[in-house]
Design a protein around this ligand. Structure first.
Ligand SMILES: [Zn+2]
Length: 98
């Protein structure tokens, strides 16, 4: 049997609760659902400081729809300062992508 109700930062091997992920990133699903929302999945890699076990897990999922839009997908050219508006901010404790 497996228990999926645990937090993602619990070491599956020894049960230690890792405070911060080693690395995080997000994946945006390319296909919106029926309401035109896309799902952004926040992934993370944890390394257990106790036993050294390393695992990858889903930290959280965000649904982005009508009220959140992404700017600048087709306009890499930034002559003007980007419009202020709806920006999604994924603020995990640390996003130190390589
Ligand atoms: Zn561990």
């Amino acid at each position: 049997m497996r228990r999926q109700s645990k937090k993602p930062n619990i070491c599956p091997r020894c049960g230690y609760e890792v405070e911060k992920p080693e690395k995080t990133w997000h994946i945006m699903s390319p296909i919106p659902d029926s309401r035109g929302r896309v799902t952004i999945t926040i992934m993370g890699v944890y390394i257990c400081p106790k036993c050294g076990y390393k695992w990858r897990t889903t930290i959280s999922k965000i649904k982005a729809g009508e009220d959140i839009e992404f700017e600048g997908r087709e306009s890499e050219k930034t002559e003007e300062k980007p419009r202020e508006g709806k920006i999604i901010e994924i603020d995990l404790s640390e996003l130190d992508e390589v």
